[in-house]
Design a protein around this ligand. Structure first.
Ligand SMILES: [Zn+2]
Length: 94
């Protein structure tokens, strides 16, 4: 039986690779990202800061969930570009 795998296609070089998320942090920011094994392009995933992680730990009715997604989108917009350059980000050991 095959394990469930998610594959993504790299925007940069077109390589299809298995979507294994990596983790990185920059100060209070935590991020998950995917990286192309061929051209090393970084694709930012979820980026969280301390207030957002607290929000995510709280049990979430629908209203909270919308707020959480909004905050995550805002952080990704703010920090996604710097994550692509790994500027100031430190990869975490898995
Ligand atoms: Zn690539």
């Amino acid at each position: 039986m095959n394990a469930q795998q998610t594959e993504v296609k790299c925007d940069g070089c077109g390589t299809v690779f298995e979507a294994i998320p990596y983790a990185a942090r920059k100060g209070e920011l935590h991020a998950t990202y995917l990286q192309c094994p061929v051209c090393y392009q970084v694709f930012p995933g979820l980026i969280t800061d301390r207030p957002l992680r607290k929000l995510m730990r709280d049990s979430s009715p629908a209203g909270f969930r919308a707020h959480k997604q909004h905050q995550a989108a805002r952080l990704k917009k703010l920090h996604g570009e710097s994550l692509k350059q790994m500027d100031g980000w430190t990869e975490e050991r898995r």
